[in-house]
Structures are given as C-alpha cells and as structure tokens.
Design a protein around this ligand. Structure first.
Ligand SMILES: [Zn+2]
Length: 172
C-alpha cells in the first residue's frame, strides 16, 4: 500500500490528448472569449518560503500571475451553448507553454460525467463556489461505466485557440 498517493498535475499538452472522435467533433464548435481577469497564486507553505527568498534576492515583489479566461461556446450544428473556463499562467514563452499546468471547467454533461473527477484528482479542475455547486458529486464520485477523458470537445476547441494565439492571451 502506497503511503503517498501523489497524482501529478496535467499539462496543457496532456489536456489535448483526447480521443479522435472528440477532436473531430470540436470542429463543430465556435467559441467567443467573453471575459478575462488576472489572479495571483495563493502560495503554499513552501511557495511562500520560495517567494520570500526570491524577493530577497531580486529586491522586488514576486508574484505568479494567472489569467482566467471565460468562453461562450456554441455547437454550430444544433445550437447547444456552453461555458468554458481556463486558468493558465501568464508570461510563459512558447517553448514552455505546453508543459504548463492549467485548470479548466466546462458546464456540459460530457465534462461533468467523464472529465471532472479525473481532473479534480490531478488538481486540474477550475473550482470556485459556482463550479463546485454545479458539479456536485461528480467531483467526488469516480465514473463507473464510461471511460474518463481529460477534456470535452468544447474545452479542446478553447485550448487549441489559446495555443494558437498564446501571444495575444498570455504575453500582454
Ligand atoms: Zn464541454
């Protein structure tokens, strides 16, 4: 029995590794970025120690900035609308972009029943009061009959757009 059950967080590249059927269906999705705002990282114990040391050496305040992006997504075939959220670190260069840890959320059923549990297990689920309430037991209950996925077609489309336009999103 393992004493530590440490689960590694997933990267942007990991979240794009979904089955080909979802990738193909993502072509039906049209996205609109409706909101973006910045948040600073809440430091862990080790994180605040690191922050203090870095500030001491560099003689300036050190903060890890994240951008939270909210999208409205629409399925052009049937008009279905959903909301996607991606939280991603700012000021990341192209080479390091795909290895960044991101937090994501979508309000579709595929995400709720097939992605939420596994993402939460890897600390990749975007959680606030609203998303926690919406997901309910989907966060704590492992899906039984269906194969899990790390992203739905809506999120795939948003992530693809983020990767293609990262300089507009993350360097400004
Ligand atoms: Zn979705």
């Amino acid at each position: 029995m393992a004493l530590f059950n440490y689960t590694k967080s997933l990267t942007l590249a990991d979240l794009m590794e979904i089955n080909s059927e979802r990738v193909i269906r993502s072509k039906e999705i049209k996205i609109t970025k409706v909101e973006q705002f910045l948040v600073t990282k809440k430091p862990s114990f080790l994180g605040s120690l690191f922050k203090k040391l870095k500030e001491l050496f560099e003689k300036k305040p050190y903060e890890v900035l994240y951008k939270v992006l909210r999208y409205e997504v629409i399925n052009t075939l049937n008009g279905d609308k959903h909301v996607c959220i991606i939280k991603v670190p700012m000021h990341v260069d192209r080479q390091k972009l795909m290895s960044q840890k991101v937090e994501v959320y979508c309000d579709c059923a595929d995400f709720m029943y097939r992605c939420a549990w596994v993402l939460n297990d890897h600390n990749n689920l975007f959680l606030n009061d609203a998303t926690k309430k919406k997901l309910g037991i989907a966060i704590s209950t492992k899906p039984m009959k269906v194969k899990t996925s790390v992203a739905c077609k809506h999120l795939y489309k948003c992530i693809e757009d983020l990767v293609d336009n990262y300089q507009d999103y993350l360097l400004v």
